[in-house]
Design a protein around this ligand. Structure first.
Ligand SMILES: C[S@@+](CC[C@H](N)C(=O)[O-])C[C@H]1O[C@@H](n2cnc3c(N)ncnc32)[C@H](O)[C@@H]1O
Length: 265
């Protein structure tokens, strides 16, 4: 419990007073590695391309959710609320965001005033049962201490037939120690070495059906590494991600699942 409390403090500071999004490695208020499939990687990358890659990660997730004008959509781990604009762009009737860190929620409210943002934890969502038709989460679940609790909370707040899409990086089974050697964020406990197989089991145990994972690392790691290679050294952001991915220690996944429809549930 002591170690968990230390990790929680690392996360609170990283996203609160330290404001990770302000680092050159990110841009535009986003804090994700990006989806680079449609961005040429053979020349110098621009800040606009870095932002476009992070927006494209949101689009990749949103494409699986088939958002309609009748939907209420929740983003878990919404960061600074700029990704929520992408959700708004899909035209649902309601968009909400939740993040653990109060400073992030304040920034999100300033950045995207037409979305309701709340402070809350992924495993204790501050919303009632059956409140949303869609839930998404972008590069946040690597921080969640209780992925099974997150799965249960998503099941609870989703209506019957509701859809879930989660994207982030997951560790290979047993790769935690090697990842800690290679990557500072694992060594500090900011990121946790969850496996995607474990998360899929959590989703099934929470009652989800159509539980699937797709590796999208081919469109993440090379672009991220290319961006890090040309970044200013002041960030001290390590380039261990691509080597870790090439060694099979970590991969980026898009996980989708569905709540059974009422008659099935
Ligand atoms: C890497 S950032 C991603 C932000 C945003 N989705 C994006 O792509 O720009 C991860 C976010 O998850 C939040 N977070 C960490 N642990 C959380 C938890 N247990 N519940 C909710 N949010 C959490 C952090 O405060 C941070 O804003």
């Amino acid at each position: 419990m002591e170690e968990q409390a230390i990790r929680a403090e690392v996360r609170r500071r990283t996203y609160g007073e330290k404001d990770l999004a302000a680092l050159h490695v990110f841009a535009g208020g986003f804090i994700n590695f990006g989806y680079w499939r449609d961005i040429p990687l053979d020349g110098e990358l621009t800040v606009d391309q870095r932002i476009a890659a992070q927006q494209a990660l949101y689009d990749t997730v949103l494409d699986t959710l088939h958002v309609t004008a009748d939907d209420r959509v929740l983003e878990v781990g919404c960061g600074q609320g700029v990704g929520a604009r992408k959700v708004v762009g899909r035209g649902p009737r309601v968009v909400c965001g939740v993040d653990l860190v109060p400073e992030q929620v304040e920034r999100a409210r300033r950045n995207t005033p037409d979305v309701e943002f709340r402070v809350g934890a992924a495993d204790d969502l501050p919303f009632g049962d059956d409140t949303f038709e869609r839930v998404l989460s972008v590069e946040a679940a690597q921080h969640f201490e209780d992925l099974a609790g997150f799965a249960r909370e998503c099941a609870r707040v989703l209506v019957p037939g509701g859809r879930l899409a989660v994207t982030t990086f997951f560790a290979a089974h047993g790769a935690g120690p090697e990842l800690s050697d290679l990557l500072d964020s694992f060594a500090r406990g900011l990121d946790l070495p969850h496996t995607v197989e474990g998360f899929l089991d959590d989703l099934r145990a929470a009652g989800f059906t159509e539980v699937r994972a797709e590796s999208i690392g081919a469109h993440v790691w090379a672009g991220l590494d290319r961006w890090l290679a040309q970044g200013p050294h002041r960030d001290h952001w390590d380039r261990g991600w691509l080597p870790a991915a090439e060694r099979g220690l970590v991969d980026y996944h898009l996980v989708t699942a569905r709540q059974p429809a009422g008659s099935e549930g």
